[in-house]
Design a protein around this ligand. Structure first.
Ligand SMILES: Cc1cc2nc3c(=O)[nH]c(=O)nc-3n(C[C@H](O)[C@H](O)[C@H](O)COP(=O)(O)OP(=O)(O)OC[C@H]3O[C@@H](n4cnc5c(N)ncnc54)[C@H](O)[C@@H]3O)c2cc1C
Length: 387
Protein backbone atom coordinates (compact mmCIF):
# COMPACT_ATOMS: atom_id res chain seq x y z
CA UNK A 1 0.00 0.00 0.00
CA UNK A 2 1.43 3.33 -1.05
CA UNK A 3 0.07 6.59 0.35
CA UNK A 4 2.39 8.85 -1.65
CA UNK A 5 1.46 10.83 -4.72
CA UNK A 6 3.79 10.32 -7.69
CA UNK A 7 6.35 13.05 -8.40
CA UNK A 8 4.18 14.30 -11.27
CA UNK A 9 1.10 14.41 -9.07
CA UNK A 10 3.00 16.33 -6.40
CA UNK A 11 4.21 18.82 -9.00
CA UNK A 12 0.65 19.20 -10.25
CA UNK A 13 -0.62 19.73 -6.70
CA UNK A 14 2.01 22.39 -5.95
CA UNK A 15 1.45 24.19 -9.23
CA UNK A 16 -2.35 24.25 -8.87
CA UNK A 17 -2.01 25.36 -5.27
CA UNK A 18 0.19 28.27 -6.39
CA UNK A 19 -2.31 29.25 -9.09
CA UNK A 20 -5.24 29.06 -6.66
CA UNK A 21 -3.44 31.18 -4.09
CA UNK A 22 -2.67 33.84 -6.69
CA UNK A 23 -6.42 34.28 -7.14
CA UNK A 24 -7.65 33.32 -3.67
CA UNK A 25 -10.98 33.48 -1.87
CA UNK A 26 -11.28 37.29 -2.06
CA UNK A 27 -11.28 37.02 -5.86
CA UNK A 28 -13.87 34.23 -5.74
CA UNK A 29 -16.15 36.24 -3.43
CA UNK A 30 -15.74 39.48 -5.39
CA UNK A 31 -16.75 37.70 -8.59
CA UNK A 32 -19.77 36.13 -6.92
CA UNK A 33 -20.92 39.42 -5.41
CA UNK A 34 -20.55 41.19 -8.76
CA UNK A 35 -22.59 38.48 -10.51
CA UNK A 36 -19.53 37.62 -12.59
CA UNK A 37 -17.72 34.38 -13.36
CA UNK A 38 -14.19 33.25 -12.52
CA UNK A 39 -13.31 33.61 -16.20
CA UNK A 40 -9.66 34.61 -15.69
CA UNK A 41 -8.93 31.73 -13.32
CA UNK A 42 -10.69 29.23 -15.61
CA UNK A 43 -8.82 30.50 -18.68
CA UNK A 44 -5.44 30.43 -16.94
CA UNK A 45 -6.04 26.96 -15.51
CA UNK A 46 -6.99 25.85 -19.03
CA UNK A 47 -3.86 27.36 -20.60
CA UNK A 48 -1.71 25.62 -18.01
CA UNK A 49 -3.36 22.31 -18.82
CA UNK A 50 -5.04 21.79 -15.43
CA UNK A 51 -8.58 21.54 -16.81
CA UNK A 52 -7.56 18.78 -19.22
CA UNK A 53 -5.42 16.63 -16.93
CA UNK A 54 -7.76 13.65 -17.39
CA UNK A 55 -8.11 13.92 -21.17
CA UNK A 56 -6.04 11.43 -23.24
CA UNK A 57 -2.88 12.88 -24.77
CA UNK A 58 -3.98 12.07 -28.34
CA UNK A 59 -6.71 14.70 -27.91
CA UNK A 60 -4.36 17.26 -26.39
CA UNK A 61 -4.91 16.45 -22.71
CA UNK A 62 -2.59 15.54 -19.88
CA UNK A 63 -3.20 11.80 -20.12
CA UNK A 64 -3.87 11.46 -16.40
CA UNK A 65 -6.93 10.18 -14.62
CA UNK A 66 -9.56 11.20 -12.13
CA UNK A 67 -6.85 11.29 -9.45
CA UNK A 68 -5.19 14.19 -11.27
CA UNK A 69 -8.51 15.98 -11.72
CA UNK A 70 -9.33 15.42 -8.04
CA UNK A 71 -6.01 17.06 -7.15
CA UNK A 72 -6.95 20.09 -9.26
CA UNK A 73 -10.41 20.31 -7.63
CA UNK A 74 -9.03 19.92 -4.12
CA UNK A 75 -6.19 22.40 -4.46
CA UNK A 76 -8.29 25.17 -6.03
CA UNK A 77 -10.87 24.70 -3.28
CA UNK A 78 -8.11 24.67 -0.64
CA UNK A 79 -7.12 28.09 -1.98
CA UNK A 80 -10.70 29.30 -1.48
CA UNK A 81 -11.86 28.78 -5.07
CA UNK A 82 -14.18 25.76 -5.19
CA UNK A 83 -15.19 25.56 -8.86
CA UNK A 84 -18.29 23.48 -9.44
CA UNK A 85 -17.77 23.64 -13.20
CA UNK A 86 -14.76 21.33 -12.77
CA UNK A 87 -17.18 18.66 -11.61
CA UNK A 88 -19.73 19.03 -14.39
CA UNK A 89 -17.47 19.73 -17.37
CA UNK A 90 -14.13 17.85 -17.23
CA UNK A 91 -15.25 15.24 -14.68
CA UNK A 92 -18.73 14.28 -15.90
CA UNK A 93 -19.16 15.50 -19.47
CA UNK A 94 -15.62 14.81 -20.71
CA UNK A 95 -15.57 11.35 -19.11
CA UNK A 96 -18.92 10.42 -20.66
CA UNK A 97 -17.81 11.52 -24.13
CA UNK A 98 -14.37 9.95 -23.79
CA UNK A 99 -15.66 6.61 -22.59
CA UNK A 100 -18.92 6.28 -24.51
CA UNK A 101 -18.92 8.84 -27.32
CA UNK A 102 -18.19 7.94 -30.94
CA UNK A 103 -14.70 8.56 -32.31
CA UNK A 104 -16.12 11.56 -34.20
CA UNK A 105 -17.48 12.97 -30.91
CA UNK A 106 -14.16 12.42 -29.17
CA UNK A 107 -12.32 14.27 -31.96
CA UNK A 108 -14.87 17.06 -31.93
CA UNK A 109 -15.14 17.71 -28.20
CA UNK A 110 -12.11 16.41 -26.30
CA UNK A 111 -9.52 18.94 -27.56
CA UNK A 112 -11.75 21.75 -26.22
CA UNK A 113 -12.02 20.03 -22.84
CA UNK A 114 -8.24 19.55 -22.90
CA UNK A 115 -7.43 23.26 -23.12
CA UNK A 116 -10.49 24.44 -21.18
CA UNK A 117 -11.94 26.37 -24.14
CA UNK A 118 -15.03 24.13 -24.14
CA UNK A 119 -17.38 23.92 -21.19
CA UNK A 120 -20.20 21.38 -21.17
CA UNK A 121 -22.61 21.26 -18.24
CA UNK A 122 -24.78 18.37 -17.17
CA UNK A 123 -28.56 18.14 -16.81
CA UNK A 124 -30.21 15.19 -15.16
CA UNK A 125 -32.30 16.60 -12.27
CA UNK A 126 -35.98 17.24 -12.94
CA UNK A 127 -38.59 18.95 -10.77
CA UNK A 128 -40.94 15.97 -10.59
CA UNK A 129 -38.40 13.13 -10.56
CA UNK A 130 -35.96 14.58 -7.97
CA UNK A 131 -33.71 11.86 -6.58
CA UNK A 132 -35.75 9.20 -8.38
CA UNK A 133 -34.10 9.06 -11.79
CA UNK A 134 -36.43 6.26 -12.86
CA UNK A 135 -39.11 8.94 -13.17
CA UNK A 136 -37.23 11.16 -15.62
CA UNK A 137 -39.76 12.76 -17.94
CA UNK A 138 -37.56 14.42 -20.57
CA UNK A 139 -38.27 12.47 -23.73
CA UNK A 140 -36.36 12.22 -27.03
CA UNK A 141 -38.43 11.33 -30.11
CA UNK A 142 -37.09 10.55 -33.56
CA UNK A 143 -38.16 12.78 -36.42
CA UNK A 144 -36.54 11.39 -39.56
CA UNK A 145 -32.81 11.38 -38.76
CA UNK A 146 -33.24 14.13 -36.18
CA UNK A 147 -34.15 14.00 -32.51
CA UNK A 148 -36.73 16.16 -30.79
CA UNK A 149 -36.23 16.70 -27.03
CA UNK A 150 -38.93 17.93 -24.67
CA UNK A 151 -38.94 18.23 -20.90
CA UNK A 152 -37.81 20.27 -17.92
CA UNK A 153 -34.62 20.25 -15.85
CA UNK A 154 -33.80 22.08 -12.63
CA UNK A 155 -30.76 23.21 -10.62
CA UNK A 156 -28.53 22.94 -13.70
CA UNK A 157 -25.20 24.59 -12.88
CA UNK A 158 -23.24 26.85 -15.18
CA UNK A 159 -25.54 26.89 -18.22
CA UNK A 160 -24.68 30.57 -18.78
CA UNK A 161 -20.97 29.69 -19.01
CA UNK A 162 -21.30 26.64 -21.26
CA UNK A 163 -21.49 26.05 -24.98
CA UNK A 164 -23.32 22.73 -24.55
CA UNK A 165 -25.39 20.93 -21.98
CA UNK A 166 -25.28 17.16 -21.74
CA UNK A 167 -28.95 16.29 -21.29
CA UNK A 168 -30.18 13.00 -19.88
CA UNK A 169 -33.41 12.13 -21.67
CA UNK A 170 -35.34 8.94 -22.38
CA UNK A 171 -35.99 7.19 -25.66
CA UNK A 172 -38.39 4.43 -26.46
CA UNK A 173 -36.73 1.02 -26.64
CA UNK A 174 -37.61 -0.39 -30.08
CA UNK A 175 -37.87 -3.96 -28.77
CA UNK A 176 -39.71 -3.50 -25.47
CA UNK A 177 -41.42 -0.14 -25.92
CA UNK A 178 -40.07 0.87 -22.48
CA UNK A 179 -38.29 4.16 -21.96
CA UNK A 180 -34.54 4.02 -21.37
CA UNK A 181 -32.00 6.77 -20.74
CA UNK A 182 -30.00 8.37 -23.53
CA UNK A 183 -27.60 11.30 -23.41
CA UNK A 184 -27.60 14.22 -25.86
CA UNK A 185 -25.12 17.02 -26.43
CA UNK A 186 -27.37 20.08 -26.75
CA UNK A 187 -26.04 23.53 -27.75
CA UNK A 188 -27.03 26.04 -25.06
CA UNK A 189 -28.31 28.37 -27.80
CA UNK A 190 -30.44 25.70 -29.52
CA UNK A 191 -33.89 26.94 -30.60
CA UNK A 192 -36.50 25.63 -28.15
CA UNK A 193 -34.08 25.57 -25.19
CA UNK A 194 -34.80 28.33 -22.69
CA UNK A 195 -33.61 28.91 -19.16
CA UNK A 196 -34.35 30.94 -16.07
CA UNK A 197 -31.93 31.59 -13.26
CA UNK A 198 -32.72 30.19 -9.82
CA UNK A 199 -32.03 32.52 -6.91
CA UNK A 200 -29.88 30.43 -4.54
CA UNK A 201 -28.58 31.13 -1.02
CA UNK A 202 -25.05 30.16 -2.06
CA UNK A 203 -22.31 32.74 -2.55
CA UNK A 204 -20.83 31.48 -5.79
CA UNK A 205 -19.80 32.82 -9.19
CA UNK A 206 -21.57 29.80 -10.69
CA UNK A 207 -25.35 29.88 -11.13
CA UNK A 208 -28.13 27.29 -11.20
CA UNK A 209 -30.90 27.29 -13.80
CA UNK A 210 -34.26 25.85 -14.70
CA UNK A 211 -34.13 24.54 -18.27
CA UNK A 212 -37.13 24.17 -20.55
CA UNK A 213 -36.79 21.97 -23.61
CA UNK A 214 -39.60 22.49 -26.07
CA UNK A 215 -39.14 20.25 -29.14
CA UNK A 216 -35.43 21.04 -29.30
CA UNK A 217 -34.35 19.71 -32.70
CA UNK A 218 -30.99 17.95 -32.76
CA UNK A 219 -29.08 16.16 -35.50
CA UNK A 220 -28.57 12.39 -35.22
CA UNK A 221 -24.99 12.80 -33.99
CA UNK A 222 -26.11 14.73 -30.89
CA UNK A 223 -26.82 11.35 -29.31
CA UNK A 224 -23.79 10.24 -27.25
CA UNK A 225 -22.48 6.94 -28.63
CA UNK A 226 -23.35 4.86 -31.67
CA UNK A 227 -26.87 4.01 -30.48
CA UNK A 228 -29.31 4.57 -27.63
CA UNK A 229 -27.85 1.46 -25.97
CA UNK A 230 -24.85 3.60 -24.96
CA UNK A 231 -27.12 5.68 -22.70
CA UNK A 232 -27.16 3.71 -19.48
CA UNK A 233 -23.42 2.85 -19.36
CA UNK A 234 -22.61 6.44 -20.37
CA UNK A 235 -24.70 7.78 -17.52
CA UNK A 236 -23.00 5.47 -15.03
CA UNK A 237 -19.58 6.40 -16.43
CA UNK A 238 -20.16 9.98 -15.34
CA UNK A 239 -21.28 9.21 -11.80
CA UNK A 240 -18.03 7.99 -10.24
CA UNK A 241 -15.92 10.94 -11.46
CA UNK A 242 -18.69 13.25 -10.26
CA UNK A 243 -18.70 11.77 -6.74
CA UNK A 244 -14.89 11.73 -6.49
CA UNK A 245 -14.26 15.27 -7.75
CA UNK A 246 -17.08 16.85 -5.75
CA UNK A 247 -15.67 15.08 -2.69
CA UNK A 248 -12.23 16.51 -3.49
CA UNK A 249 -13.75 19.97 -3.71
CA UNK A 250 -15.36 19.44 -0.30
CA UNK A 251 -12.11 18.24 1.26
CA UNK A 252 -10.26 21.23 -0.20
CA UNK A 253 -12.89 23.59 1.18
CA UNK A 254 -12.57 21.93 4.59
CA UNK A 255 -8.79 22.36 4.49
CA UNK A 256 -9.17 26.01 3.54
CA UNK A 257 -11.56 26.72 6.44
CA UNK A 258 -9.40 24.91 9.01
CA UNK A 259 -6.27 26.69 7.80
CA UNK A 260 -7.95 30.09 8.12
CA UNK A 261 -9.30 29.27 11.56
CA UNK A 262 -6.00 27.84 12.83
CA UNK A 263 -4.10 30.94 11.78
CA UNK A 264 -6.68 33.10 13.53
CA UNK A 265 -6.88 31.14 16.78
CA UNK A 266 -3.07 30.87 17.04
CA UNK A 267 -2.68 34.66 16.93
CA UNK A 268 -5.82 36.01 18.61
CA UNK A 269 -5.33 36.83 22.31
CA UNK A 270 -8.16 37.88 24.57
CA UNK A 271 -7.05 36.31 27.91
CA UNK A 272 -3.67 37.88 28.65
CA UNK A 273 -0.75 36.48 26.71
CA UNK A 274 -2.21 33.16 25.59
CA UNK A 275 -3.85 32.61 22.23
CA UNK A 276 -7.47 31.47 22.09
CA UNK A 277 -6.15 28.35 20.31
CA UNK A 278 -4.41 27.33 23.55
CA UNK A 279 -7.89 26.68 24.96
CA UNK A 280 -8.94 23.16 24.10
CA UNK A 281 -12.55 24.26 23.80
CA UNK A 282 -11.35 26.11 20.70
CA UNK A 283 -8.62 23.81 19.38
CA UNK A 284 -10.34 20.43 19.83
CA UNK A 285 -13.32 21.14 17.57
CA UNK A 286 -10.85 22.30 14.90
CA UNK A 287 -8.67 19.23 15.43
CA UNK A 288 -11.77 17.02 15.22
CA UNK A 289 -12.80 18.67 11.94
CA UNK A 290 -9.24 18.22 10.62
CA UNK A 291 -9.44 14.48 11.39
CA UNK A 292 -12.74 14.19 9.47
CA UNK A 293 -11.28 16.03 6.48
CA UNK A 294 -8.15 13.83 6.43
CA UNK A 295 -10.28 10.67 6.65
CA UNK A 296 -12.36 11.89 3.72
CA UNK A 297 -9.18 12.59 1.71
CA UNK A 298 -7.99 9.02 2.25
CA UNK A 299 -11.25 7.71 0.84
CA UNK A 300 -11.11 10.14 -2.09
CA UNK A 301 -7.63 8.93 -3.03
CA UNK A 302 -8.73 5.30 -2.67
CA UNK A 303 -11.77 5.90 -4.88
CA UNK A 304 -9.74 7.76 -7.51
CA UNK A 305 -7.07 5.04 -7.53
CA UNK A 306 -9.70 2.31 -7.98
CA UNK A 307 -11.44 4.29 -10.72
CA UNK A 308 -8.22 4.94 -12.64
CA UNK A 309 -7.38 1.22 -12.37
CA UNK A 310 -10.66 0.46 -14.16
CA UNK A 311 -12.25 -1.09 -11.06
CA UNK A 312 -15.56 0.74 -11.55
CA UNK A 313 -17.72 -1.24 -9.12
CA UNK A 314 -15.33 -0.84 -6.20
CA UNK A 315 -14.77 2.79 -7.18
CA UNK A 316 -18.55 3.26 -7.02
CA UNK A 317 -18.73 2.24 -3.37
CA UNK A 318 -15.55 4.12 -2.41
CA UNK A 319 -16.62 7.20 -4.40
CA UNK A 320 -20.00 7.33 -2.69
CA UNK A 321 -18.42 6.91 0.73
CA UNK A 322 -15.85 9.58 -0.10
CA UNK A 323 -18.58 11.97 -1.23
CA UNK A 324 -20.56 11.37 1.94
CA UNK A 325 -17.53 11.77 4.20
CA UNK A 326 -16.23 14.88 2.43
CA UNK A 327 -19.66 16.53 2.36
CA UNK A 328 -20.07 16.08 6.10
CA UNK A 329 -16.45 17.02 6.86
CA UNK A 330 -16.60 20.22 4.78
CA UNK A 331 -19.82 21.36 6.45
CA UNK A 332 -18.34 20.62 9.89
CA UNK A 333 -15.04 22.34 9.07
CA UNK A 334 -16.62 25.54 7.80
CA UNK A 335 -19.10 25.74 10.68
CA UNK A 336 -16.32 25.08 13.22
CA UNK A 337 -14.07 27.66 11.56
CA UNK A 338 -16.81 30.28 11.79
CA UNK A 339 -17.28 29.52 15.49
CA UNK A 340 -13.55 29.69 16.19
CA UNK A 341 -13.45 33.19 14.68
CA UNK A 342 -16.19 34.49 16.98
CA UNK A 343 -17.88 37.56 15.52
CA UNK A 344 -15.14 37.89 12.91
CA UNK A 345 -16.36 34.56 11.55
CA UNK A 346 -19.53 36.19 10.28
CA UNK A 347 -17.74 39.00 8.45
CA UNK A 348 -16.94 38.86 4.77
CA UNK A 349 -13.34 39.89 5.50
CA UNK A 350 -12.36 36.67 7.25
CA UNK A 351 -13.66 34.58 4.36
CA UNK A 352 -15.22 31.59 6.08
CA UNK A 353 -18.96 32.31 6.48
CA UNK A 354 -18.92 33.02 2.73
CA UNK A 355 -18.69 29.23 2.27
CA UNK A 356 -21.60 28.23 4.53
CA UNK A 357 -24.13 27.99 1.69
CA UNK A 358 -21.80 26.04 -0.58
CA UNK A 359 -20.87 23.40 2.01
CA UNK A 360 -24.50 23.04 3.08
CA UNK A 361 -25.40 22.37 -0.55
CA UNK A 362 -22.61 19.78 -0.64
CA UNK A 363 -24.70 17.57 1.66
CA UNK A 364 -27.55 17.65 -0.88
CA UNK A 365 -25.90 17.78 -4.29
CA UNK A 366 -24.97 16.24 -6.64
CA UNK A 367 -26.29 13.27 -4.69
CA UNK A 368 -27.82 13.69 -1.26
CA UNK A 369 -26.38 12.14 1.87
CA UNK A 370 -29.59 10.10 2.24
CA UNK A 371 -29.32 8.58 -1.23
CA UNK A 372 -25.70 7.61 -0.48
CA UNK A 373 -26.78 6.00 2.77
CA UNK A 374 -29.46 4.11 0.82
CA UNK A 375 -26.75 2.90 -1.58
CA UNK A 376 -24.39 1.85 1.22
CA UNK A 377 -27.19 0.13 3.15
CA UNK A 378 -28.18 -1.85 0.08
CA UNK A 379 -24.82 -2.69 -1.48
CA UNK A 380 -22.44 -2.68 1.49
CA UNK A 381 -24.75 -3.92 4.24
CA UNK A 382 -26.90 -6.18 2.06
CA UNK A 383 -30.16 -4.59 3.15
CA UNK A 384 -33.34 -4.69 1.11
CA UNK A 385 -33.79 -1.77 -1.25
CA UNK A 386 -35.90 0.80 0.58
CA UNK A 387 -37.46 2.64 -2.35
C1 LIG B 1 -25.96 23.94 -5.80
C2 LIG B 1 -26.60 22.84 -6.59
C3 LIG B 1 -26.08 22.53 -7.84
C4 LIG B 1 -26.69 21.52 -8.60
N1 LIG B 1 -26.20 21.28 -9.87
C5 LIG B 1 -26.84 20.34 -10.64
C6 LIG B 1 -26.41 20.14 -12.00
O1 LIG B 1 -25.48 20.79 -12.49
N2 LIG B 1 -27.06 19.23 -12.75
C7 LIG B 1 -28.10 18.49 -12.25
O2 LIG B 1 -28.64 17.66 -12.98
N3 LIG B 1 -28.53 18.66 -10.97
C8 LIG B 1 -27.93 19.57 -10.15
N4 LIG B 1 -28.36 19.78 -8.86
C9 LIG B 1 -29.50 19.01 -8.34
C10 LIG B 1 -29.11 17.99 -7.28
O3 LIG B 1 -28.41 16.92 -7.87
C11 LIG B 1 -30.40 17.56 -6.56
O4 LIG B 1 -30.87 18.69 -5.83
C12 LIG B 1 -30.19 16.38 -5.65
O5 LIG B 1 -29.89 15.23 -6.40
C13 LIG B 1 -31.45 16.11 -4.78
O6 LIG B 1 -32.60 16.04 -5.57
P1 LIG B 1 -33.88 16.92 -5.18
O7 LIG B 1 -33.41 18.31 -4.94
O8 LIG B 1 -34.93 16.74 -6.22
O9 LIG B 1 -34.38 16.35 -3.80
P2 LIG B 1 -35.59 15.32 -3.54
O10 LIG B 1 -35.40 14.10 -4.37
O11 LIG B 1 -36.86 16.06 -3.66
O12 LIG B 1 -35.32 14.93 -2.03
C14 LIG B 1 -35.64 15.80 -0.94
C15 LIG B 1 -35.02 15.22 0.32
O13 LIG B 1 -35.54 13.89 0.54
C16 LIG B 1 -34.51 12.95 0.61
N5 LIG B 1 -34.93 11.71 -0.05
C17 LIG B 1 -35.51 11.56 -1.27
N6 LIG B 1 -35.72 10.26 -1.54
C18 LIG B 1 -35.27 9.56 -0.48
C19 LIG B 1 -35.22 8.18 -0.15
N7 LIG B 1 -35.65 7.23 -0.96
N8 LIG B 1 -34.66 7.82 1.04
C20 LIG B 1 -34.18 8.76 1.90
N9 LIG B 1 -34.23 10.08 1.64
C21 LIG B 1 -34.76 10.49 0.48
C22 LIG B 1 -33.34 13.57 -0.13
O14 LIG B 1 -32.11 13.05 0.30
C23 LIG B 1 -33.51 15.05 0.22
O15 LIG B 1 -32.91 15.30 1.46
C24 LIG B 1 -27.78 20.78 -8.08
C25 LIG B 1 -28.29 21.10 -6.82
C26 LIG B 1 -27.71 22.12 -6.06
C27 LIG B 1 -28.29 22.45 -4.71
Amino acid sequence: MNFDLTDEQEQLRDAVRALGRRYGHDYFVAKARAGEHTTELWAEAGRLGYLGVNIPTEYGGGGGGIMELAIVCEELAAAGCPLLLLVVSPAIAATVINRHGTEAQRKRFLPGFADGSLTVVFAITEPEAGSNFHRLGTVARRDGDDWLLSGRKCFISGVDEARYVLVVARTEDASTGRLKPALFVVPTDAPGLTRSKLEMEILSPENQFLLYLDDVRLPADALVGESVDAGLPALFAGLNPERITVAAMGAGTGRYAIERASAYTASRKVWGGRSIGSHQGVSHPLAHAAVQVELARLMIYKAATLYDAGRDLEAGMAGNMAKYAAGEAAALAVDTAVQAHGGAGMTTEYGVATLLGAVRAGRIAPVSREMILNFVAQHHLGQEKSY
